[in-house]
Design a protein around this ligand. Structure first.
Ligand code: F6P
Length: 545
């Protein structure tokens, strides 16, 4: 791999910069008018997902140049390095083993251990669902409260909420992530101490939020009459640091492990997925893995020009580095996928929010964009005005399903709305057309012109549409793996490490120092603003209220 910044000095990068100029004055509508086969030419399918990127500013030349850029970055070799367990996470000197969690064949060295870890997790889930795990009073556990945050929360929370009708188990699953004690209180609202089991899900087993919630949960159990000797019947741990879980008080046989080489935001496929197996059954969890594995195989073997993760990753490079789009929206047309944007925010922004390359050199070009989104059609009544008529262009990934995942009429209308929005972004509505309509309707010329200007939609705004064959675990697994690998493609082209997250450490250290200051300790040299804000808390909490 050449020195990172050479990618911006490469011929392919320069050619893409020149090629960008060809789109000046050319609209997406004109591209469609010029090529009746555009939709077929700029779409691809794999693992139950259809990707239509014809509403992006791409031509055959664009694709050719983007693929040349991938060649320059030796993307193929980097993909092989990822799948074979090479040290792709250089700052932490680790591989990235998420594909091996779904039995990707290229890394046999860890396959046996990962299978054992998965079987341990599935056996514990079966014991829980089968009433074998009992609380202090000998009653079967009825509720699992999953305590985790970030990658130890978002994946299982998304997967469990995506399949409400698949709920095939007797155990209710709840999630609490935030340090705010209200989050745990809400999760415990309908739980009984004697039949509640807590999963302490923390790869590091040192995260403030999770350990704080675990402490509150322990108090709740005690207050509910659980004797000290029986507490450990109400814990399990999911972690890469079993020794820390043991010290905390979790019994060895109740510690589910996963490897340090599995990144937190890539860990749904590990024992972190326990809530999925408990709430939806083992076959739903293995279904997620099967879908992700199908996407892994596609990513490793498909020709780049038909390779969904490579196409999506390269399109993001095109949008960020050659069109200057600093944010991207992911808009799922399914209530069941309402947590998809939250999940992808961590996956994309914690992986690609980097400003130096793997050698520590500061980069001269943009990298990770801001990812945001919400369930649809809610967003159509919230932020679509900006998408359609604002001054900022926001590339959109629309996500929808072909087969109904809800009542048939509503699903058909959902699908129609999804297509309507991508079409409106692309085609828009010209002021001229609108003015002619208003004049024909009898509006005076001046008023017709003024109204037309307000109502015109510029169009020519890019989007891709991802259609899942149906909403089932294997297609969700394929979708999440698609985004994981699209992120990897971007990181490989940019030369950045997708698998570390050093930035978040500073905030954690600062919080500990300021917390000390709030309780009268020495916080070191705080700036005047932070000191003044700390004093507000101190004066508000000085005297007993
Ligand atoms: O945000 C930092 C981070 O380390 C994430 O990468 C991770 O998913 C989350 O905190 C939780 O970490 P842990 O699983 O170690 O508690």
């Amino acid at each position: 791999m050449p020195a990172t910044d050479s990618i911006a000095q490469s011929d392919a990068w320069r050619a893409l910069s020149e090629h960008r100029g060809q789109f000046t004055g050319q609209t997406l509508s004109q591209l469609f008018a010029a090529d009746p086969l555009r939709a077929q030419r700029f779409s691809a399918s794999a693992a139950g997902i259809h990707l239509d990127y014809a509403k992006q500013h791409v031509t055959e030349t664009t694709l050719r140049l983007l693929l040349q850029l991938a060649e320059t970055a030796r993307l193929g070799g980097q993909i092989e390095a990822l799948f074979t367990g090479a040290c792709v996470n250089r700052s932490e000197n680790r591989p990235a083993l998420h594909a091996a969690l779904r039995d990707a064949p290229a890394n046999p060295g860890v396959a046996g251990r990962f299978r054992q870890q998965r079987e341990h997790m599935l056996a514990l889930a079966a014991d829980l669902r089968g009433g074998v795990l009992t609380g202090a009073g000998g009653l079967a556990c009825t509720d699992l409260v999953h305590l985790g945050i970030g990658g130890s929360d978002l994946g299982p929370r998304l997967a469990v909420s995506a399949f409400p009708r698949l709920d095939s188990g007797p155990v209710r699953v709840h999630f609490a992530a935030n340090l705010d004690a209200d989050a745990l209180a809400g999760a415990l609202a309908d739980c009984r101490p004697d039949t509640t089991l807590f999963a302490l899900a923390s790869k590091s087993f040192s995260t403030l939020e999770t350990l704080s919630n675990a402490g509150l949960a322990r108090q709740w159990l005690r207050a509910g009459g659980i004797a000290e000797a029986d507490l450990e019947r109400h814990w399990i741990a999911i972690t890469s640091r079993p020794e820390r879980a043991r010290t905390w008080g979790v019994a060895a046989e109740r510690i589910l492990e996963f490897d340090e080489g599995v990144g937190g935001r890539y860990s749904l496929w590990s024992a972190i997925g326990l809530p999925v197996a408990v709430a939806l059954g083992p076959e739903s969890f293995t279904g997620l893995l099967a879908g992700a594995r199908a996407m892994d195989e596609h990513f490793r073997t498909a020709d780049p020009q038909h390779n969904l993760p490579i196409l999506m990753g390269l399109l993001r490079i095109w949008q960020v580095n050659f069109w200057g789009h600093a944010t991207q929206a992911v808009l799922p047309y399914a209530h069941a996928l309402r947590l998809l944007p939250d999940y992808l925010q961590q996956l994309v922004m914690e992986s690609l929010g980097k400003r130096v390359d793997q050698q520590g050199q500061e980069l001269s070009y943009a990298t990770g964009a801001v990812l945001w989104g919400s369930e649809e059609t809610n967003g159509q009544h919230s932020f679509h005005q900006l998408l359609l008529q604002g001054t900022q262009v926001v590339p959109v990934d629309f996500v929808t399903t072909a087969r109904a995942h809800c009542a048939a009429d509503q699903h058909r209308q959902l699908y129609a709305n999804c297509l309507a929005q991508s079409r409106a972004l692309m085609a828009g509505r010209s002021a001229g057309e609108l003015e002619a309509e208003l004049l024909a309707a009898g509006e005076p010329r001046e008023r017709a012109r003024a109204l037309a200007a307000q109502r015109a939609v510029p169009g020519n705004r890019p989007s891709s549409t991802l259609v899942l064959e149906s909403l089932e675990p294997r297609h969700l697994g394929a979708l999440l793996a698609l985004y994981e690998h699209s992120v990897f493609v971007q990181s490989a082209i940019w030369g950045i490490n997708a698998f570390d997250q050093w930035g978040v450490e500073l905030g954690k250290q600062a919080a500990a120092a300021i917390d000390a200051a709030l309780t009268g300790g020495d916080a070191g040299d705080l700036d005047a603003s932070t000191r003044a804000l700390a004093e507000i808390w101190q004066s508000a909490n000085a005297e007993p209220r």
